[in-house]
Design a protein around this ligand. Sequence first.
Ligand SMILES: NC(=O)c1ccc[n+]([C@@H]2O[C@H](COP(=O)([O-])OP(=O)(O)OC[C@H]3O[C@@H](n4cnc5c(N)ncnc54)[C@H](O)[C@@H]3O)[C@@H](O)[C@H]2O)c1
Ligand SMILES: [Zn+2]
Length: 319
Amino acid sequence: MKTIWVSTKRSERTYPVEIVSEWFSRVSRIISRDWKGSSVFIITDTNVRKLYGQRLLCGLLLRGIDTWLIDFPSGEQSKNADVVNILHSALLERGVRRDSVIVALGGGVVGDVAGYVAATVLRGITYIQVPTTLLAQVDSSVGGKVGIDHPLGKNLIGAFHQPSAVCIDPLLLRTLPEREYKSGLAEVVKIAAALDASFFKFLERNAAQIRKRNGRTLCNVIERSVRLKAAVAEKDEFETGLRKTLNLGHTLGHAFEAVSGYRLRHGEAVAAGLVAESRIARDMGLLSTKEFARLLHLMHALGLRMSLPRVKNKSEFLS
Ligand SMILES: NC(=O)c1ccc[n+]([C@@H]2O[C@H](COP(=O)([O-])OP(=O)(O)OC[C@H]3O[C@@H](n4cnc5c(N)ncnc54)[C@H](O)[C@@H]3O)[C@@H](O)[C@H]2O)c1
Ligand SMILES: [Zn+2]
């Protein structure tokens, strides 16, 4: 097991991000050690419920822990106020208390929604992130940014609410569909391009192994991404400066995602945003032609889609 500690000065919280090989026993152990007597709410989506949620529910119930399993339909369309309202009601009806704990078991959508519910119910309760997609393992589960979309734009409603622990098991990715895996790789490329030239080189050298989901290489990718993300989140918890570098590819990416009616995966939109924003940077003389070509080459080697989505409604895109 590898542990990366994240300490946030302003909210005075320190929490471990653990990269483990037995997520189930590790999460059960953390919960039975730290939350004796208080109820546990596993929040997940419909897909992850079937794959992993039932197992965690049974395991915790067998340990005598008062546990509830609550799901919502999978996908970005669920990142909204109606779903949050339903989850708030489900928790309140089941007697949530200030010492209850939420386990966010799923991808970035579950992490964002369950984290936001944890930040708001009873003015904030503890939660643990158990990310099950590559995107959530390398990016969204670390840093405490939680929230939902609004009809006027993506991620416009939310909070900064740090988890008590993050438990990452790369083996959970074995069931992840290829499209979702590639979506996560786009965030990996973003992290490397924004923060670490040697990590970028590592990705270039190991692209074939990464594409094949080679276990050792994948663990390396996850660990390096988490270390970089954690270091930035520590220095700039509330995104006033440095953390904005992690929005690389996201200004145009969010617009691509929204005008596609969220048919594009988040990482697919980020990949398109990376290409479009880097092209603008090259045209403005801020990025060399050689560096731009390296980015395109890496994305190609990882099997990421490079063509920009067709934008039918230009004014919607610009707004
Ligand atoms: N908070 C942050 O800092 C941050 C950072 C980056 C992205 N995000 C957000 O993350 C979201 C995207 O996350 P995502 O790509 O994980 O999407 P997602 O949560 O919708 O998961 C993608 C799909 O994979 C399924 N799935 C999850 N784990 C699985 C597994 N192990 N096996 C099989 N199927 C599995 C899900 O049910 C879903 O259908 C976006 O809303 C984005 O805004 C947040
Ligand atoms: Zn993102």
